[in-house]
Write a protein of this length. Structure first.
Length: 389
């Protein structure tokens, strides 16, 4: 080798070293945490009813991407609303990952940053065929030292609360975010069933495995009651809560459960803050922690390079339509009490369907007429949700 070539080789060695320093020297030190919610409504026999999970007001910023509908209405019916799963990434240095999430018996409906989604357009044929959705993010940069500059809009949205963690900023193409976000609608049976009998809830798990933590919650006209259960067996009876409690005490218990399942404290806090205005609204519901096995079966996750650790914590939420709820809504319909009527939000359709099914003859006719009037008054008086272009 001549002396003339040594400077050139030395310069090339410096360039190679500089280029490799932008990648994580040890990708196995990558850690990924995820949280999300499965929302369903219990039928009288405890199983999940078919409803319109997207029937509520638009609650996501317009920069979030959505599936398109072809020659059908833009609302899907299903048994489960898979709500706001977010994937957080932690790494000592910058690295690049590819992420794929499947959705067995479900369809992906919203996501951010931009991704490859299957299917991206919903048609009548799509809805008739077996649901098997998928989302894939390629070449996502994990940038632990990057400045946090994420998109925002003027309107409020609980979407932003999920950013309040110590996770690394991400970049997919030109889009930046603190997490990978996706949502969907499923047609699978939730892991738990809840049947109300004589003021008690019979809880059963479909796979026969015990439930690690359960909270039974009630809110009627601002009066909050809850009861907690730990280490419940596959079949368990819990009474409806009888003593009033403080919401802050419930928040502390819920955060403790989430951290015990593997979330970091700031992640647990961000999850609770994201759903504070929805989880604790009017009505009766059961919260439970979905097993890791059931989450992996419903939402198979693939990440390359493979992380050292992956935590996936999903909260199941099952609405229980108690006689008190049904009586409140029926009375609100018949008297045009829009304050009470509106407190049940996106669950109004399955609630009023249950009420109507219990009526016959002139009672059914009167209720149907009043319900049509209530819809006209309630939705006509609400400000229109701005449409995203």
């Amino acid at each position: 080798m001549t002396l003339r070539r040594l400077p050139l080789l030395f310069a090339l060695a410096i360039l190679v070293t500089a280029a490799s320093s932008t990648k994580t020297s040890d990708p196995s030190r990558l850690t990924v945490h995820e949280w999300g919610t499965f929302t369903s409504i219990a039928a009288e026999d405890g199983s999940a009813v078919e409803w319109l999970p997207q029937g509520g007001p638009q609650d996501l910023p317009c920069f979030v991407e959505r599936t398109r509908f072809e020659n059908i209405k833009g609302i899907l019916s299903g048994t489960v609303r898979m709500e706001t799963p977010v994937l957080y990434f932690y790494a000592p240095e910058s690295t690049t990952v590819n992420v794929t999430v499947g959705f067995k018996q479900g369809l992906i409906t919203e996501w951010y940053p931009r991704a490859q989604v299957t299917p991206t357009v919903f048609s009548a044929a799509t809805l008739r065929s077996p649901w098997d959705g998928k989302i894939e993010w390629k070449d996502v940069k994990v940038l632990p030292n990057a400045t946090e500059t994420f998109p925002t809009e003027s309107g409020s949205s609980h979407y932003y609360a999920a950013r309040q963690t110590d996770a690394a900023p991400l970049q997919a193409a030109s889009q930046k975010e603190k997490f990978l976000f996706y949502r969907g609608v499923g047609r699978f049976a939730p892991r738990i069933s809840a049947t109300l009998r004589n003021g008690q809830l019979d809880l059963r798990t479909s796979d026969g495995e015990p439930v690690g933590g359960v909270i039974v919650f009630e809110n009627y006209a601002g009066s909050i009651r809850f009861a907690t259960g730990r280490g419940l067996s596959s079949i368990q009876t819990m009474p409806l809560p009888s003593r009033e409690g403080e919401l802050n005490a419930l928040l502390r218990e819920l955060e403790r459960m989430l951290v015990a399942e593997g979330l970091y404290p700031r992640e647990a806090s961000a999850m609770i803050e994201t759903w504070r205005d929805s989880w604790f609204e009017e009505g009766t519901r059961v919260f439970y922690i979905a097993t890791r096995k059931s989450v992996d079966e419903i939402l198979p996750l693939g990440i390359t390079p493979a992380p050292t650790a992956v935590e996936r914590v999903f909260v199941g939420r099952m609405e229980v339509l108690t006689p008190r709820t049904l009586d409140n809504v029926r009375r609100a319909v018949m008297t045009e009490d829009m304050g009470t009527f509106g407190r049940y939000g996106r669950f109004l359709e399955p609630i009023t369907r249950r009420i109507a099914a219990s009526l016959t003859g002139s009672d059914r006719s009167a209720f149907d007429a009043r319900l049509q009037r209530a819809h006209h008054v309630y939705y006509g008086s609400r400000p229109a949700t701005p449409a995203c272009r």
